[in-house]
Design a protein around this ligand. Structure first.
Ligand code: NAP
Length: 309
């Protein structure tokens, strides 16, 4: 039961609900932990998440270590695949193919962007769609837009999980998504469409953005500019979901200005909103990928089949 103190922390001075990511992530993580334990009991092996970096950056190192700890917490095996920054295209492809063929590896996450001398599309072209836990392959992107099952990007899936957790109605609402990247904006728009929202996508060439955002019941923003969405751009009572994460000297900041709290009925804070949910979903995708792979193996009578199946 939510205590009065917790309820107070979840409401801004304006009365708007603060949609915190932590409880959502915790609920998903607990489900994944139970799911991994059941998987191990059923199939007799521990599925693994492999995280690849091509050249170390401080942010990638930090993120990899976080994922290592979070994988351990849900019982998933974890492997770091660290390639040199000057890795050539053929080596990168060969390494991904090797990971595709290792049966214990359920999911592969390649940290983007790749160094400039490598085509950014190489991972999507080479990675096995069944191991594509961040939904970047054309096969999974195609499944998403066709309304078929698949593995979809963690960040936008996390946004939907957050709205569902807080019982924010989506059906029939006008959702405006600002940003159309392949990792956040575009898949988010597809996911909102699947949830029966009426969806508009805005981007850098959109004319009169404020006119559009003011018509949104749900305003989702993934631009990467601090305070880009101001209070005047938000319809009173709208639900505002902020995916922006920019590191500033004052700490992590989102795309939505703080004054928006006075206009919105609910909003995700930065930090502490959409961010924490992303990794939980990545782990959930890894478990799903493991289950799906076993289902395919059973169907094909490939190794991995057990009597319990
Ligand atoms: P991105 O690839 O740079 O895409 C930014 C999008 O914003 C583009 O579609 C761009 O339009 C649009 N845009 C730029 N200026 C605009 C303007 N003036 N008006 C309207 N649209 C504009 O960024 P991303 O990878 O999607 O990331 C966006 C933000 O989300 C970043 O802060 C990133 O750090 C964060 N992020 C958060 C998470 C999380 O877990 N919360 C995960 C991933 C990313 P065009 O397509 O026309 O250029």
């Amino acid at each position: 039961m939510t205590s009065t103190r917790t309820a107070a922390r979840e409401t801004a001075a304006s009365g708007a609900r603060i949609l915190l990511g932590k409880p959502v992530a915790a609920a998903i993580t607990e489900d994944v932990r139970e799911g991994v334990a059941a998987f191990v009991e059923r199939y007799g092996y521990v599925p693994m998440l492999a995280v690849m970096t091509v050249g170390p950056t401080a942010a990638a190192e930090r993120y990899t270590e976080t994922l290592r700890k979070q994988s351990a917490a849900v019982g998933l095996a974890f492997e770091r695949v660290a390639l040199d920054p000057d890795t050539d295209e053929a080596t990168l492809r060969a390494t991904i193919v090797e990971l595709n063929h290792r049966p214990q590896i359920a999911g592969v996450l390649v940290q983007m962007p790749l160094p400039d001398h490598l085509p950014q599309t190489i991972v999507g072209e080479t990675l096995d769609p069944y191991k594509d836990v961040d939904g970047i392959t054309p096969a999974n992107a195609g499944n998403l837009s066709l309304g078929l099952p698949g593995l979809f990007p963690s960040t936008p899936l996390g946004g939907i999980a957050l709205l569902n957790h807080y019982l924010i109605p989506i059906v029939g609402k006008h959702a405006v998504v600002v940003g159309r990247s392949n990792v956040v904006g575009r898949p988010l728009a597809q996911l909102l469409l699947r949830e029966d929202a009426t969806v508009t996508i805005a981007h850098s060439r959109t004319g009169d953005l404020a006119d559009l955002t003011r018509r949104a019941d749900i305003l989702a923003v993934a631009v990467g500019r601090v305070g880009f969405i101001t209070a005047e751009m938000v319809k009173p009572g709208a639900v505002v979901v902020d995916f922006g994460t920019t590191f500033t000297p004052d700490g992590l900041r989102g795309d939505v200005a703080p004054e928006v709290a006075a206009v919105a009925s609910a909003f995700t804070p930065v930090p502490g909103g959409t961010g924490p949910v992303t990794n939980a979903i990545l782990l959930r995708n890894t478990l799903r990928a493991a289950r799906e792979t076993m289902a395919v193996r059973r169907h094909l009578h490939m190794p991995g089949q057990t009597n319990a199946d």
